[in-house]
Design a protein around this ligand. Structure first.
Ligand code: PSU
Ligand code: MN
Length: 299
């Protein structure tokens, strides 16, 4: 399950950052997705931690995909998107698969990795038929730190924030009191707490664990800087078109998020893609800094 380099880092208490593979396989177009997967690993290393990209190959959960394995997940035909409930089926049928935030967080915590970086969390969708990502429930019961740019702006952001509160997920802004809007620096909503440096984030995780309330994840919301965000007017126009397109084509279930992201990437001429890559890579760097700070903090 655990690759050699990750096993060594775990054994020596060295800083590690989990990375997910659904973002690679289903959130970004090929072949750029493979280059991004490699860049994320490099960003984690440059900040002094070991990357542990998670996925499933031939029914084996792999923590720390090597370059060949990463290539298989990024470029493979019909690699399924595996949320946490799908993992037992993928294992028992010896399938390959890419792991979402929910499944990556579950696996990372299971092997003892405390920090995880992604782009934007799943959440409550805007469509009429009720659709809520399994990411939320899982984060409610999994004590890791996840660095993200908020929740994807294709979602119902205020409803998702309410669900995060109900599930007692710890939410903090990184150097901001605004909840970021994925492609946008500000979703228009506030965060209850602000943390200003990696050591404060590590200290919050340590406090949560020491209190023993059985709380779940810290969602550390790290906004894209305003000067690098997608143009908000373009964002709102494309979002309306994308939602209408999904409804007209009857896209539902686990296909809806990849559909909306791909729609954005095409309709913005790659503009949203660059922002997405930028924000994930910043999150990977910050996650590594937090893992480094946590490794220096006695438990
Ligand atoms: N962040 C991104 N791109 C993505 C995702 C996150 O920048 O594609 C993925 C994550 O794997 C997340 C999933 O768990 O989108 C949410 O899918 P759903 O809405 O079907 O739960
Ligand atoms: Mn869903």
């Amino acid at each position: 399950m655990v690759g050699d380099e990750v096993a060594l880092a775990l054994a020596h208490g060295r800083p590690l950052v989990a990375l997910e593979s659904t973002l690679i396989a289903h959130g970004l177009p090929r072949p750029r997705n493979l280059a991004v997967a490699r860049e994320l690993g490099a960003a984690v290393r440059a900040a002094g931690a070991t990357p542990a990209t998670i996925g499933v190959l031939d029914g084996k959960v792999v923590v720390g995909l090597d370059d060949d394995q990463l290539t298989r997940i990024a470029l493979g035909e019909d690699v399924p998107k595996l949320s946490v409930r799908d993992i037992p089926f993928a294992v028992s049928t010896k399938s390959d698969g890419a792991t979402t935030v929910a499944s990556t967080a579950a696996i990372a915590h299971r092997v003892g990795i405390g920090v995880f970086a992604t782009g934007g969390l799943g959440g409550v969708h805007r469509d009429a038929a009720y659709d809520e990502s399994a990411d939320l429930q899982l984060l409610g019961r999994t004590p890791i730190t996840i660095v993200c740019a908020g929740v994807k702006s294709i979602l119902d952001v205020p409803a998702t924030l309410e669900r995060l509160e109900s599930l007692s997920v710890l939410v903090a802004g990184y150097r901001t009191d605004r909840f970021p809007g994925f492609y946008l620096a500000d979703s228009g909503h506030q965060v209850p707490w602000t943390l200003d440096n990696p050591a404060q984030v590590a200290a919050a995780a340590a406090a949560r664990d020491a209190l023993g309330f059985g709380l779940g994840a810290i969602v550390l919301a790290n906004p894209i800087p305003v000067d690098r965000q997608l143009d908000p007017v373009l964002h709102d126009r494309v979002l309306a078109e994308a939602l209408a397109g999904a409804a007209a084509q009857g896209v539902t279930g686990k296909d809806i998020t990849p559909y909306l992201l791909a729609y954005f990437h095409e309709a913005t001429g790659g503009g949203s893609l660059e922002v997405n890559i930028d924000l994930v890579s910043r999150n990977a760097t910050l996650a590594a800094q937090i893992a480094v700070a946590a490794a220096g903090t006695p438990a």
